[in-house]
Design a protein around this ligand. Structure first.
Ligand code: FES
Length: 272
């Protein structure tokens, strides 16, 4: 049924002009605060170049650890060095661009920051800053169409972070110098991270199109049954894409905070 309130005020013109009397601005303001808080924190964490690992735990902002000192590092740095001569920043900058661009070009996040940060449009029946609508057919917004390629990269990151989660249960025993199975609160935190990120990533609109797009009839296409099952599974996650976008964003930040906290304090809650 048409929203009569929205229809009645749809003719208002001028940036921010509206006759709406509801709290339409609350959503964009809350979204802007959430997104900006994450961007500020993750940028700060990436510049630190320290306290991103503790034992078998590794912050997701620094995974995969291209260079470093601990057991996670692909390339070992000399003692005291924070980065190699060929790269002046922390290793996080070699990593974060991929999940960052994946989120930036996500269909849900586009809606979120177009409304809350770009303010165009801020909400239904609220005046826009421009009179013309160019869509995403021209530069720079046409670059949003690269989202599908970042989605493929994001799947790779789920695998890498899944490996980190498994690794968090393998502890070095200082007494014997051997590895053993162990579990701490950090293991649970690191395990939930790829679970939430997977729920977000595998509900991606581009992946949904990849498994089920361009098919008028699943039963008449090659591998139709399997394809239909995949499409149905992705569709379940896709229906809650916004929810998983926020849960996974919060949890990946919290995971970094948790690892950073115990790297500084030296104490984790160990179960066995
Ligand atoms: Fe949101 Fe692809 S549409 S992750």
């Amino acid at each position: 049924m048409p929203d009569m309130t929205t229809q009645a005020v749809a003719h208002e013109h001028g940036f921010g002009a509206t006759r709406r009397r509801d709290l339409w601005w609350l959503g964009p303001v809350a979204t802007a605060i959430g997104l900006l808080a994450f961007v500020v924190y993750s940028t700060w964490a990436a510049f630190q170049g320290a306290n991103y690992e503790w034992g078998s735990y590794l912050s997701p902002f620094y995974s995969p650890l291209i260079f470093g000192h601990g057991e996670h590092a692909w390339l070992q740095l000399p003692a005291g060095a924070t980065h190699p001569a060929w790269f002046p920043l922390s290793t996080a900058f070699l990593v974060l661009w991929a999940p960052g661009l994946f989120r930036l070009t996500c269909y849900y996040y586009r809606k979120a920051y177009y409304r809350s940060i770009w303010l165009d449009p801020m909400a239904c029946a609220v005046g826009e800053p421009r009179n013309s609508y160019l869509g995403e057919r021209y530069l720079p917004l046409i670059l949003q169409n690269s989202h599908r390629f970042f989605a493929y990269l994001a799947v790779l990151f789920i695998l890498l972070l899944g490996y980190d989660a498994v690794h968090s249960y393998i502890w070095l025993d200082p007494a014997t110098g051997t590895h053993r199975f162990g579990m701490g609160l950090g293991s649970i935190v690191l395990t939930l991270n790829p679970v939430f990120l997977g729920a977000y990533t595998f509900g991606c609109h581009s992946l949904r199109h990849l498994v089920g797009g361009k098919k008028d009839c699943f039963s008449h296409s090659a591998g139709g049954h399997t394809r239909f099952k995949l499409w149905s599974a992705v569709s379940v996650l896709n229906r809650n894409h916004q929810l998983f976008a926020w849960i996974s964003l919060f949890w990946v930040g919290f995971t970094d905070i948790y690892v950073r906290f115990i790297a500084c304090s030296g104490h984790d809650v160990r179960f066995f």
